[in-house]
Design a protein. Structure first.
Length: 143
């Protein structure tokens, strides 16, 4: 029996989950389902332009697995656009990175918030608004 697939870590969740070609009734369209891990793989590889090794590390999968995921995702996206299919983004064996970290440019403070809590308006230390999000915490890094 095959082992259940390992969870793939994603650092981001899409706000829009359905894309549909304009001017074609939804019923008449074939559907393609892109899983959240596939979307995350193309995001890391093609938008953030990470090397596969780094992208694989972020998703906590092997480089080979990452290559398979991203290849499948690209094929599905091409199929959708070329053949005018409806794209649904859902599913996949994923878990969100547990925390997002922010940094203050003013006092250099770093802090973390759980996912889904919204972007903070100001630094909790000095109240500066000059803050930005940092990349996901390194594994094993001290808090
Ligand atoms: Zn600050």
């Amino acid at each position: 029996m095959p082992r259940p697939p390992k969870c793939r870590c994603i650092g981001w969740e899409p706000e829009v989950s359905t894309f549909q070609p304009a001017g074609v009734p939804g019923r008449a369209l074939e559907q393609v389902t892109l899983s959240l891990d596939e979307l995350e793989a193309v995001r890391l590889a093609d938008l953030e332009e990470l090397y596969q090794e780094e992208a694989a590390r972020r998703m906590e999968v092997s480089r080979q697995t990452f290559g398979n995921i991203v290849a499948s995702a690209r094929r599905k996206l091409a199929d959708c656009v070329v053949n005018a299919k409806l794209l649904r983004i859902q599913g996949g064996t994923v878990r969100l990175a547990a925390e997002r970290t922010f940094a203050c440019e003013h006092c250099r403070r770093h802090w973390s918030l759980p996912f889904g809590s919204g972007r903070p308006a100001a630094c909790p230390g000095c109240r500066s608004h000059d803050i930005h999000r940092t990349i996901e915490k390194e594994k094993g890094e001290k808090k």
